[in-house]
Ligand binder design. Structure first.
Ligand code: NAI
Length: 297
């Protein structure tokens, strides 16, 4: 297995959405060459251009040296096809939160990469053991769970599946530190640690809104102003994306055999079904009018 501190380390990122783009950014600024692939035509190139633009803006504001921003931008390479990922020593998957789609991708990946390459998933909730289940080599699969927005959030959960070797987990610790993150080892349980712990806040907030005790904006204000949260649960769900947090909520609920304290509400599902996914669609629990300073409730 390649040393994760090696200067010539090359990292593959699959999925150029919110998370893949953030992961690619911290990898490139951490001195690692990144190859980005997405099935959406043009998405990988757009993500790389967006990162380069953000870094050059930071340099213009004096937040990082211009030569570092330029060097990081040069390390970003959009892939024309999945096969371009083949030379990577480590691949991080950040595609849709769907077990079938993820397992299909991992079985393609294992045919492409070197036998000692690490395959990591950024899944929010799906069992690493289930993602690895159908593979020839389950020992090199692990969870590497970043938080949104990646360049800001320092925590990374490292999840060992039933077959993941200690060497793979250790390599991920080294990689996470190289990316300026704070890694923690957590168990392969539904929602891992952070998303299981955070469930209570989301489901209670959804229940309060469902029972008309208070509106999402009022609940968020209480969580911010009285409890000191950086953002309220509905603001966070809009940031995460309802297409991400609804399946995560449902998966955790079903994993605990329909425990009522983990249940979501019809409003949450309605947001998903009507495409009100949050910031990414301009409307979720709040509306995000273009150019507006603040969302409206
Ligand atoms: P997103 O919807 O912003 O991006 C997903 C990207 O994957 C899209 O660009 C899509 O075109 C691409 N994609 C879908 N299927 C693909 C395939 N088979 N091959 C290549 N590309 C494919 O989603 P987001 O928010 O970045 O989430 C990605 C993963 O990260 C999910 O597993 C999610 O649960 C997890 N996650 C999300 C967080 C969040 O706050 N949004 C936080 C932590 C983890």
């Amino acid at each position: 297995m390649m040393d994760m501190n090696a200067p010539q380390l090359s990292l593959g990122v699959i999925g150029a959405g919110a998370m893949g783009t953030g992961i690619a950014q911290v990898a490139a600024t951490g001195g690692i060459d990144v190859i980005v692939f997405d099935t959406r035509p043009g998405a990988a190139a757009k993500a790389c251009e967006g990162i380069a633009a953000r870094l050059s803006k930071r340099a213009a504001e004096g937040k990082m040296p211009t030569e570092d921003a330029d060097a990081a931008a040069k390390r970003l390479h959009p892939a024309a096809s999945l096969t371009d990922i083949a030379p990577c020593a480590i691949v991080i998957e950040a595609i849709v939160e769907d077990l079938t789609v993820k397992t299909e991708l991992f079985s393609e990946l294992e045919k492409l990469v070197a036998p000692d390459a690490i395959l990591a998933s950024n899944t929010s909730s799906l069992p690493i053991g289930a993602i690895a289940a159908g593979l020839q080599r389950k020992d090199r699969v692990a969870g590497l769970h970043f938080f949104n927005p990646v360049p800001v959030m320092k925590l990374v959960e490292i999840i060992r599946g039933p077959d993941t070797t200690e060497a793979v987990a250790e390599a991920l610790f080294v990689l996470a530190r190289r990316l300026g993150r704070t890694p923690v080892l957590v168990k392969d349980t539904p929602g891992f640690l952070v998303n299981f712990g955070g469930r209570a806040i989301n489901t209670e907030a959804l229940a309060l809104a469902h029972e008309n005790v208070a509106s999402p904006a009022e609940i968020d204000a209480v969580m911010r102003d009285c409890y000191g949260f950086r953002m309220g649960p509905f603001e966070l769900m809009d940031l995460t994306g309802v297409d991400v947090n609804f399946p995560v909520t449902r998966f955790i609920y079903e994993s605990f055999f329909d425990d009522p304290r983990l249940r979501s509400t019809p409003m949450h599902r309605y947001k998903l079904e009507t495409g009100q996914l949050g910031r990414k669609t301009g409307r979720g629990f709040y509306s995000y009018a273009e150019g507006a300073e603040k969302p409206s409730a």
